[in-house]
Design a protein around this ligand. Sequence first.
Ligand code: HEC
Length: 246
Amino acid sequence: MVNTIKKIVIGLTVISVSLLADMDRCVSCHGVDFEKKALGISKVVKNMSEEEIKKALDGYKKGEGGSAKGIMIQEVNMGVDTDAMAADIYNEIHTPGFHEPDDEFIFQKRLSVQTLHKIKAELKKATQEDMKKISSQIKSAAFTMYVYDKLLRKKVDFDSFKPKKLTLQDILDIVTNVKKCVDHSFSEDEIVKCRVEFLDLAGTITKNEEKKIKSKMKKAPIYTGAGAVDISKYINASHENNQTKQ
Ligand code: HEC
């Protein structure tokens, strides 16, 4: 188990480090607080809203922009995604005394952003048949968050989750919300709130699946005629075992 976790951690580290947007690089052209016209031609990013920043970054991602777009296309392609990047830039400009969070925090944040971004994209084109795959992606992402985040482990109580009807749209709305929350988090205290919401989702999905399995077990035809062995006590015993394990 520990080995598996180690493998996951190493795998994810390799993917994510190459996707860190390094804000230190922007300073040389845009100024410390994005207060300059980069190379004398860009807009002053400090005067732009978060929406406008995101729109400009999305443009570069699609290959569109002004005469010097080539420079920024390169920058944007190094970044994880434009939602998170725009939130980072806007926050850095508008929070007095903003300190870049430590590398470990940025790494964990990027990891969450990237995972949520992927799940969101899958959900947008999903049909009911994809539910199983999406559920398992959500559960494994929740597990990764849970393993990493000490604060989160203190805040989540698995026994408190209850089954609840969820449509694909409900799930997309929750994931979109959680991702937005992560994009705008710049400290452990902020980000843990988003993760609690995500764990809630994963917990509800798990409980829904459990409920389905249980109702199937009840419906399963069990032979009760002459010579039948009473297996009810085994079914109950395995239930209890499962519950104590959680
Ligand atoms: C080598 C100089 C250079 C570096 C480094 C650089 N930029 Fe730029 N940036 C520019 C130029 C030039 C433009 C205008 C490009 C165009 O013609 O569309 C621009 C445009 C932008 C815009 C849109 C503003 C507008 O004019 O619409 C944003 C937002 C931005 N940069 C953010 C960043 C961030 C964040 C980084 C660091 C990750 C960064 N830039 C690094 C030169 C640079």
